[in-house]
Design a protein around this ligand. Structure first.
Ligand SMILES: [Zn+2]
Ligand SMILES: [Zn+2]
Length: 197
């Protein structure tokens, strides 16, 4: 097995199957870690990743990077986008990775596939959907990084650092504690987002 297959297998074990989202998450993690001079075969203690979808891709990111929600090293901001930002906490370097066919006039990739299979699924052509899924897995695995992914370097936001919480308040409605400035101020008093909703 080559390195890619080893890493894809880790993603498959966590996610339960290999699907186009898992391929993307695997490719995105490998490309971002390499860009940050990290070895994708070794989970890196200094890495924090924010994913912008809760579909499939985050499992591959977790399996490969070792980042998890409970360690505050994996964050999901569900914007419904196949985008992930990888931050090296030691250097402050960050890389935002997205699917290249988000951009106009690029090589057909993930989104082209999604649109094609959505059409087939509407027509209830499930055998063809499965066939397309198989060919997308192969195609997305084999596309060169420069055709599949777009990488942008960024500056980090240092309020997201893990470790001992520096800012703790009590919700003025339910009395529960709220960390990391996640409270909302209502009438001059802190309220947790659950009570505010
Ligand atoms: Zn999946
Ligand atoms: Zn509350």
């Amino acid at each position: 097995m080559n390195d890619y297959e080893v890493l894809l297998n880790r993603a498959k074990d966590l996610h339960g199957e290999v699907c186009p989202g898992v391929i993307m998450g695997t490719r995105m993690s490998i490309a971002a870690m390499k860009k940050l001079n990290m070895d994708p075969l070794k989970p890196n203690e200094n890495l924090i990743v924010t994913v912008e979808t809760d579909r499939c891709m985050p499992d591959a990111v977790q399996a490969i990077t070792g980042c998890t929600v409970g360690r505050r090293t994996l964050k999901c901001r569900d914007y419904g986008k196949f985008v992930a930002t990888f931050v090296d906490m030691t250097t402050g370097e960050a890389v935002r990775v997205s699917a290249k066919d988000d951009l106009v006039d690029s090589t057909p990739g993930l989104w082209t596939w999604f649109k094609d299979v959505a059409e087939l699924a509407r027509e209830k052509n499930m055998p063809k959907v499965m066939e397309e899924k198989k060919s997308a897995i192969k195609k997305l695995s084999e596309m060169p990084d420069e055709d599949l992914l777009s990488l942008v370097e960024l500056q980090i936001d240092d309020t997201e650092i893990p470790g001992i919480p520096q800012h703790i308040v009590t919700c003025s409605v339910c009395g529960e504690h709220v960390m990391d400035k996640k409270e909302i101020i209502v009438g001059g008093k802190p309220v947790c987002q659950f009570c505010a909703d």
